[in-house]
Structures are given as C-alpha cells and as structure tokens.
Design a protein around this ligand. Sequence first.
Ligand code: GLN
Length: 481
Amino acid sequence: MIRALHEQLKAQEITALSLAEKHLGVIDEKDSEIGAFLTVTAEEALSSAARVDEKIARGEAIDLLEGIPGAIKDNMCAEGIRTTAASKMLDSYIAPFDATVVSNLKQSGATILGKTNMDEFAMGSSTESSAYGKTKNPIDPTRVPGGSSGGSAAAVASGEAVFALGSDTGGSIRQPASFCGIVGLKPTYGRVSRSGLIAMASSLDQIGPFATTVEDAAIVFSRIAGYDPKDVTTTQSNDKRFENYLSGDMSGLRIGIPKEYFSENLDKRVLSVMEKAIERLESLGAILVDISLPYTEYALPAYYIIMPSEVSSNLARFDGIRYGLHVDDRKERMDGNGTLLETYLDSRAYGFGEEVKRRIMLGTYALSAGYYDAYYKKAQAVRELIRQDFSEAFKKVDVIFSPTAPEPAFPFGDKTQDLLKMYLSDIYTVTANLAGIPAISFPIGTVLEKGTSLPVGGQLMGKWFDEETVLRAAHAYETDK
Ligand code: GLN
C-alpha cells in the first residue's frame, strides 16, 4: 500500500495534503465508535503534508514514507503534544521533546495523525486498562483489539492510519496485530531506540511498526531502526532498507516448529489454522524441522517476575513531585498538616490504575531484601536458559514458526475478572522479549465465531538482528496467492 501511494504522490495523481485530509476524514467518521486515538494532531499533519507537496512541486525526490499517514502509541513522546501513556498520572503532560522514533518519522516526512490509546503504561493484553476508555476491534466491535498497543492496531485495521508504531514488552505489538488481522513486528532488542519511550520494563521494551502488509512494516521499520547515541543499547543498522530484502522466495528456508507452542492452551480452531499454514510453508519450499524449546513453560512465570520488578523501578519516578500528577487535596494538608509522604501516597493512589498498582507491588516485593535471590535472580537465570534454548534452535533452523496468541480476539470483560487468563494471552510472545530476538505476527487465516470471521496471526521468530529473514519469510507467505 505504501509503495502504491508513493507512486501516486510522485506522479502527482494525489497530493500529500489530500491523503492527510482523507485519513483525518476517516478518523472523524469512525473514531467516535472505534476509539483508537487519544489525540488527533490534525494541524501538524496538514502542515507536514503541505511541505511534502511543496517538495514534490519543486521536483525534489521524496522518500517512500514521505507524506504517508501514520499514528503513534501514546507512550512515545512527541514535542508539544500531550503524551499520557493512557494514565491519569500523565493526564496533563505535554512532551518537551521528540522520542527518537518520532523524530525519525518526521525526518522521513511521514504525516503523523496523532497518538493512540493503549493499556495504562503498556500493561495489559486488551487495552481495557486505559484510563481513557475502550478501543474496539474494527473487525468486531464487541471484542477487544488486543493490547497493550490496541489503539495503534485498531487505527491501522480500520483504515484510519496507513501504519502505526507500537511498543512490545511481552507481545503488545504482535498480539493486537493478530487480533486485528494486520502485520506487527517486534524488532531485535537494541534495533530501535527507546529514547523518549515511556519505559515499562526497560530490558524487554522494543518499538516496532504495525501495517497492513509485510512490505509496509519493513518500510516503516527501516526508517526507525539504527544506532542512537541517546540509547546505549542500540546498534548500527547501516541504514539498511529492509524492504529491499523481500524476494518473495523462501525455498530452502529451514523453519522450526516448536512442540511446546502447540500445548493444551491453544484453541483447537487456531490449531487447525496453524496446521494449514504449516502445509503452505512447506508448499512454498520451506524445510520444516520439528524442534523443542524446553524452557518455554517457565517463560511466563519468569516474565511476570522480571517485568513487574522493572516496572516498580521505572515507575518510582512518578511521585507527584519529580514527575506526574500532583495530588494535594487531603483535608489535613489543606490545614497545613500534610506530609510529603502523603503527597507521594495520594498522587500515586489517584494517578495510577489498578493493574499498574498491582504490578508495582509485585515488583517491589520481588526485589525486596530476602526475596531478591528467590525471585528476581532465579527469574534472570531462567531467562538465560530461554535465551540458550533459542541459540541451540537457531543452529538447526533459520526461523521458528508458532501461533501468535492462543486464541482470537475475545469479548470485552472476558478476562478482567481473572487476570491469570489475561496473562496467558502472552504465552507465545513473551519468549521473544526475554531472549531479545525479532518476531513478526502476520495474518494466516480466520476462525468463524457467531457469524464473524476473526483473524488469526502466525508468528515467525528469527535470529538476533536477522529481521531480513523474518520479513522475507512472512512476505513470501503473504504474497503467495
Ligand atoms: N500483555 C503483556 C503485559 O501485560 C505485554 C505488555 C506489553 O508488551 N507492553 O505485560
């Protein structure tokens, strides 16, 4: 889709301004129902699009992403724009600078339509923990769009945006991509700068694109990837243009099928979609290899120790004094008797939602003296074993194929009373974050439920910094008709 729009822009069959207006029109028409956006930046979008048109009129060459309308998850800072991470804690926060990914998009000339809804501080699998209301799944509005980047996924799936950025700490790009029937890429840890991303769990967080095709995801990814002096975990990508590696061919590619990802948690209908997809991979010339990743069963428990520990540390700064909402309304304090501790407590009690508080408490407990060795250190040791599982597997195969999520999009309220069920949504995605490897979710079929075809995503995981192969395989699958 991006390439076609680019050709039309170059040939002056459309203007960037009309394209921006068209998408702002779709947002106007649909977003009161879908709820993908928290902030629409119409004015900025239109003036940026107008600059692209001037460039075209002057006969200058434009980049593939120039003038293409996209959206950004609301945990990425954009200068002068409200940035809330869907939390009351940041209700009135106007970011004073651009996250590196946002400045990269601006440099590429992309048209930024606005900021999208999400689970509060990216904690959740359904976008239901947002302080600002629901985002509906555009395929079936009675269902969740997935999470935590549900707004970004819904914006793309509804046609409001051509692409969007999300963040993925345990599956928050891939699972909503799967639920909304689109493509979502979580890059290798360190491939994309996290500078200006409001941190959830710093050793797991990674920013990546949503799009309707693998090629579009590759185009966006290429423009946000690379070394950033503001994030010491990033590495050079030598301005690689990943869209140039999509040969459409996967013959001879060795694809591992990990038996642990086909456990009893997997919905039977998703299993049968997976079986068909595996046959198709084989018919495209891939060599299927049965593999085992024996530590998979410990991934979710390790994730739910490491992630909240980092959460408790990262969110300590929001205390009403240094950062975030300041609540100062206790009667005693009005009388001049309030303490600083009360300000901290009140600000955090009022500013954070339930799920965020739950994770801060879990993490603080896991890191406390006496429990640190039993929980956090143990979980880190398990994390290393999971990483080694992948290292071993990648000696035998080039990529690994699995379901993205155990089931299709679920109805609102389905899992909010039983959080363990909510956490199980991440069972197939957290491993890639723990190991730091790249992984993509792309549509592989649908299951029929009450007359609606619900999308199912397949996940391809690759070697560290080998996004080329992951993208090439997903693209070959997608373009085979
Ligand atoms: N759903 C997972 C969680 O709740 C993943 C979140 C994410 O990737 N940001 O932690």
